[in-house]
Design a protein around this ligand. Structure first.
Ligand SMILES: Cc1cc2nc3c(=O)[nH]c(=O)nc-3n(C[C@H](O)[C@H](O)[C@H](O)COP(=O)(O)O)c2cc1C
Ligand code: SF4
Length: 491
């Protein structure tokens, strides 16, 4: 019932959780510098059952007094007028002196017995967040997932809409549509935005999702490197004409995405794609688009500035980067932190942190195209890090997001950070948010496996969530030019 929430601090942060509906008791000797304690108790109609004692910044206007037990009790009494409630008691105190926090006994009853059994909600997961002028209703977004559900030429099909509609109805606040190609080179079954002719299909897609669910839709824009039989374009050999082209591909793609009704744009600067290659330490170009930290980020800055001036200051514009490339000679956190700081300063509205997926680490070749293939099963370690597989620990890449978030916060930026990678269940997602390791949780395979993941978490049916096994069989299907659907779900 009562567990120490933050074991690494000895500053008295407690978390009271679970179905602790009758008289949970906290009794603890605390070390505090001054015998003072701020207590704030708040409750709101429309919340769900649960009580928590959490560390939090003491809000302006909070009561400053000695404890306080009575005060809490008095406020608790008032909750009886509500049939549903949420209650937060924030106890904030300094360390290093002595204060005995006596038994604090919380007692209350649910007036409405139908609500009485409601479990502890995932409070953080269901707290809205703003990205630029948009509010996301909760902190779970569908991470970009190239699904192979288009025509061979990359045009939206009814099955594309059905697939995302199901995930949108499942309660996520935003769907990031994965890897939409901005360049005209052919690649089978890849969603495209490289020409105006793609706008009608994409418009149909966004209109349907908006009208039936109101979910925010983001277009992840990307350009892959050129590839052919056993060959892949090297970032250091790209011509300056091609750099100009890349910039205009992204800018035109963004303009089309806005016309087609996308609410947000994300630049794909992670994994094995071109923008990631520019950001990487392996970029040694000496034409101003490489070599130094500023040089490596320059193309992203150019693209950002042009898109911003085309779409206006209020249009949400995010970016996905690698926290670590997991290739020899590539970016590690040491470089990614600096990159993230610069991206926050440039003005990106969120930073999504992924990892790996670089072609340089790929020993295998795609059985059809003959090109290097970064993802499992024909992949090096880097490929596996982008879709952490069953043998890796849970939340395998979250430490990267946490580090980057901390770095940009220390630099004074409040840019939201998205973490993704093997976050199978809502308790873990909630912990990541509560520990301030990330602001938003991205889910890909868990939503392939169970489109209703979020709804189930919200309604206390988390035990009914069908768990992804992280077998990566959905990825294997992409290699065979089949849609990346979960092998355990019939759809
Ligand atoms: C089938 C599949 C396709 C993916 N396509 C993309 C993509 O287009 N762009 C991208 O940034 N990440 C892509 N990813 C990576 C996911 O966004 C996500 O970061 C990764 O799967 C880890 O999250 P998860 O454990 O929730 O699946 C893909 C993942 C899968 C499984
Ligand atoms: S096939 Fe299904 S269970 Fe396996 S990784 Fe993909 S979504 Fe998860």
């Amino acid at each position: 019932m009562l567990r120490r929430y933050s074991p690494r601090n000895d500053d008295g942060v407690y978390f009271l959780s679970g179905n602790s509906y009758q008289c949970p008791t906290l009794s603890e000797t605390l070390c505090v510098q001054q015998p003072r304690l701020w207590v704030r108790v708040s409750f709101a109609k429309g919340g769900r059952g649960g009580i928590s004692l959490r560390k939090r910044a003491c809000p302006a206007g909070s009561r400053n007094g000695e404890l306080v037990e009575g005060e809490i009790k008095r406020d608790l009494d008032a909750i009886h007028q509500f049939s549903r409630l949420s209650l937060n008691a924030c106890i904030i105190f300094d360390t290093q002196s002595h204060l005995r926090l006596k038994s604090v006994i919380f007692t209350w009853k649910f007036v409405d017995s139908k609500m009485g059994g409601a479990p502890m909600p995932y409070e953080r997961l269901f707290t809205p967040i703003r990205i630029n002028n948009l509010e996301l209703k909760n902190r779970v977004v569908m991470a970009p997932t190239h699904d192979g559900l288009t025509t061979i030429d990359g045009i939206v099909e009814p099955r594309t809409i059905d697939f995302y509609l199901k995930r949108a109805k499942g309660g996520v606040s935003m769907i990031i549509i994965g890897a939409i190609a901005v360049n005209p080179r052919k690649a089978p079954f890849l969603l495209r935005i490289s020409d105006d002719k793609y706008i009608p299909g994409l418009t149909q897609f966004t209109t349907r999702i908006h009208s039936e669910t109101g979910v925010v839709i983001c277009a992840q824009l990307m350009e892959p490197p050129r590839m052919s039989q056993n060959w892949m374009q090297n970032i250091n050999d790209i011509s300056s004409e091609d750099i100009t082209k890349t910039i205009s591909y992204f800018v035109n793609g963004a303009i089309r995405a806005q016309k087609a009704g996308f609410d947000v744009i994300e630049l794909h600067a992670a994994h094995g794609y071109l923008l990631a290659a520019y950001l990487s330490l392996i970029n040694k170009r000496d034409d101003g688009y490489g070599k130094t930290g500023d040089g490596r980020i320059r193309i992203v800055r150019d693209i950002y500035e042009k898109i911003r001036s085309a779409l206006g200051p209020g249009y949400p514009l995010g970016i996905r980067i690698n926290g670590d490339e997991f290739i020899i000679g590539g970016n590690t956190l040491a470089q990614s932190r600096i990159i993230a700081g610069k991206l926050a300063a440039i003005g990106f509205d969120y930073i999504s942190v992924s990892a790996g997926g670089k072609h340089e680490d790929s020993p295998g070749v795609h059985p059809k195209g003959g090109s290097p293939w970064p993802y499992p099963p024909i992949s090096g370690y880097s490929g596996y890090r982008s879709v952490p597989t069953a043998y890796m620990p849970e939340a395998a890449n979250v430490y990267l997001a946490a580090d980057i978030r901390r770095t940009i916060r220390q630099a004074g930026y409040s840019t939201p950070v998205i973490a993704a990678g093997r976050i199978p269940y809502p308790e873990l997602a909630e912990d990541i948010l509560r520990d301030e390791q990330a602001d938003i949780i991205g889910l890909s395979r868990p939503l392939l496996r169970d489109p209703d993941w979020v709804l189930k978490a919200k309604s206390g049916r988390e035990k009914e969530i069908k768990r992804c096994t992280y077998c990566n069989e959905c990825m294997d299907k992409l290699i065979k030019d089949e849609p990346a659907l979960c092998v355990f779900l019939n759809e």
